[in-house]
Design a protein around this ligand. Structure first.
Ligand SMILES: [Zn+2]
Ligand SMILES: [Zn+2]
Length: 331
């Protein structure tokens, strides 16, 4: 990471990133509050796992998952209000209205994609080419192991797609708008250009009601782990949790204004993948966003990948070679 180390802060331009768990603030307040924000994450995580493991078949459907997801997000919004990580990230009406626009847009885009995937033609094609005997070895594994493998393999793919976005200019153009958010809260995962949604492959199959239970269990990792990457709540996250799982601390470093620091913590759920490939930075940042925290308007988010691409092509044709300033340098 570029910058000068001052105390426990790495100063890169005007964008400090605090590095090292021991340097991060802890939850302040009474015994109950501290216990609550220490145990909330693991208790809900294991609670969801138990639920999906033992739920009767008529409950174990995707629509139950969607309902739980909505209620859980409302609870988390409450926690952001009670115990914010940074006051500077607290919701304003303007931020909330913008976020809800993106949440609605993401939902609409996913519905269209899922309708296409769920159409009779596609389902028929899958059924004709799908040989149950070939996956028997997998469905014969213990249920929790299946769920872990689904979650881990999916996240492994996301890790490389996300890392690719930060290292290859055409992919970066689709992801850049997400890096113009200037604060984190639980709805911020939805903020970005819709093209990115296709690339990340978010939520595909989320609307099917014939999902095997292993997928519903795997969804728990998404709901009870990944959701926290954009939350504005301070937790005393257990050591084993932050070793294995992505946290808001990790993801705030990824969103920081320090360009070098953003090239870290690519995983959505399993931060241990970043540890495997040497891209993990344990720490946190408060000042977020590209161009020193310029807030990008919805209209620009929508056209940015296309207009930036066009600008680059024009510049290349005009002057021959040389990337624009916003380009992502090679690793
Ligand atoms: Zn990113
Ligand atoms: Zn993010």
């Amino acid at each position: 990471m570029a910058g000068v180390r001052v105390g426990n802060r790495i100063i890169g331009a005007d964008a400090p990133v605090t590095v090292g768990w021991e340097n991060l603030p802890k939850v302040e307040g009474g015994a109950f509050k501290r216990a609550f924000f220490t145990w909330f994450q693991p208790v809900t995580f294991f609670g969801f796992l138990l639920f999906w493991y033992y739920a009767p078949n008529e409950w174990a459907v995707a629509s139950t998952g969607i309902a739980i997801g909505i209620v859980f997000k409302l609870v988390l919004l409450g926690l952001e209000w009670v115990n914010p990580r940074h006051r500077s990230w607290q919701l304003t009406w303007k931020e909330l209205v913008t976020d809800l626009f993106y949440v609605g847009l993401g939902y609409t885009v996913l519905r269209i994609v899922d309708q296409f995937i769920g159409s009779d033609a596609i389902i028929g094609m899958v059924q004709n080419n799908f040989d149950l005997a070939k996956v028997a070895w997998f469905t014969g594994l213990p249920l929790l192991l299946q769920a872990f493998l689904i979650s881990f393999i999916f996240d492994f793919g996301q890790y490389w797609m996300h890392r690719g976005m930060h290292n290859w200019y055409p992919l970066w153009l689709t992801h850049a708008p997400h890096h113009y958010i200037t604060q984190l809260n639980i709805n911020k995962g939805a903020v970005g250009n819709p093209v990115e949604l296709f690339l990340i492959g978010l939520g595909i199959g989320g609307f099917f009601d014939f999902l095997p239970r292993a997928f519903l269990l795997a969804g728990t990792f998404g709901l009870a782990v990944s959701t926290y990457q954009h939350i504005n709540t301070r937790f005393n996250t257990p050591r084993w949790w932050r070793f294995l799982f992505n946290t808001t601390e990790h993801h705030s470093v990824h969103h920081s204004q320090d360009y070098e620091a953003t090239r870290s913590n690519y995983a959505g759920t399993w931060i241990v993948i970043d540890r495997m490939f040497g891209t993990c930075v344990d720490g946190e940042a408060e000042l977020l966003g590209m161009e020193g925290g310029r807030r990008m308007h919805i209209r620009e988010v929508m056209h940015y990948p296309f207009t930036e691409a066009w600008k680059t092509i024009k510049a290349k044709l005009g002057r021959g070679a040389s990337m624009p300033e916003t380009a992502v340098p090679a690793e």
